[in-house]
Design a protein around this ligand. Structure first.
Ligand code: TRP
Length: 324
């Protein structure tokens, strides 16, 4: 029996190489090993996006992205969160067994508060809904970025609290954070992030890739000089799209000297483009049949909703709202 894996991503805009190497690629790599469930966290996105037409477009775009990078709906249950409305029902039940001070300790909440933002209740309750996402399908493995580690811990704590209160019901989930994909640098060397404006979009056209790579700062070393790959943003970004041998070879060329930055950038542009182009073309192809795409997404949601019914019924019985 394969273990149950589940993860979600908020549909908040177009993905970049950092999103891909930080999370999306893991989903593809793990789809054979686990009984995988990947969803579009549209309920969570409403904490941020409050314009219907934008959210709707983002949901469909994100689903196409997942298919384009190679998630296979035959192996993975792909769905959108709101097609399993039971998660909000369960989240309410979790609300009632969770204390305010406990939620106030969440990093995401504290960060928003430190920034003096007007925090909506959705942001405050975010970890509870996420716990429901994870626990209802009895996920054991939750692949996430480092920033989501605390949220998975919250899910574990909430499972324990429910189990203590109502008897053994939920499995305790565990986060999966793959070491080598934790931080992807942007073209300025900071973490790649839309808010820093330093990204290379995942489905970029060649021109865009070229423009981004040309902007990567390099030091004043000459062609002949030895260059330290570990201090080179160009090397770090280029090596993302290389296999082990290619990476070693590039490392050696940096260290040996003889590779000038002009050539190094041309090579990076060529390799990044070779990596992105097939995915971009697959994406363009899929986008031509949006109707079919929507149908596939709804189908995934129906399947998921059916899967979680027995657990939800068990919860309703234990809590006492199911009087049959
Ligand atoms: N909070 C996650 C993020 O911002 C998205 C998410 C929602 C999620 N529910 C989840 C991730 C359940 C893993 C499991 O990326």
């Amino acid at each position: 029996m394969k273990k149950i894996l589940l993860s979600g991503v908020k549909p908040t805009g177009r993905p970049h190489l950092g999103n891909y190497f930080g999370a999306m690629k893991q989903f593809v790599d793990l789809q054979n090993e686990y009984n995988s469930h990947i969803f579009i966290a549209d309920f969570h996105a409403i904490t941020l996006i409050q314009e219907g037409s934008i959210l709707r477009e983002n949901i469909i775009d994100q689903f196409i992205d997942y298919l384009a990078i190679g998630l296979d709906p035959k192996k993975v249950t792909l769905f959108k969160q709101s097609d399993v409305p039971e998660v909000t029902e369960l989240a309410w039940i979790f609300d009632c067994i969770t204390t305010m001070p406990y939620l106030m300790r969440a990093h995401a909440y504290k960060d928003s508060e430190a920034k003096n933002k007007e925090i909506n209740v959705g942001v405050f309750n975010y970890p509870i809904l996420m716990a429901a996402d994870i626990l209802l399908p009895q996920a054991e493995i939750v692949p996430v970025g480092k920033d989501q580690k605390q949220h998975v811990e919250y899910a574990r704590d909430i499972a324990e609290k429910f189990n203590r209160t109502y008897g053994e019901t939920f499995k305790l989930p565990k986060e999966l954070i793959l070491e080598e994909v934790q931080t992807v640098p942007g073209i300025d060397g900071q973490k790649m992030s839309k808010s820093y404006g330093n990204t290379i979009p995942l489905f970029s056209k060649d021109e865009k890739i070229k423009k981004a790579v040309m902007k990567i700062p390099t030091d004043s070393a000459g062609i002949k000089d030895s260059k330290n790959p570990d201090e080179s943003i160009l090397y770090q970004i280029h090596s993302l799209v290389l296999n082990k041998e290619e990476k070693e070879a590039l490392r050696k060329r940096f260290l040996d000297g003889g590779l000038g930055y002009k050539e190094a950038k041309e090579n990076a542009i060529r390799d990044i483009s070779e990596f992105i182009t097939p995915m971009r073309e697959r994406r363009e192809q899929l986008s031509r049949n949006k109707k079919n795409i929507v149908k596939m997404l709804i189908k995934g949601g129906k399947k998921m909703r059916k899967t979680i019914q027995p657990k939800m019924n068990e919860v309703r019985r234990k809590v006492g709202i199911n009087i049959k």
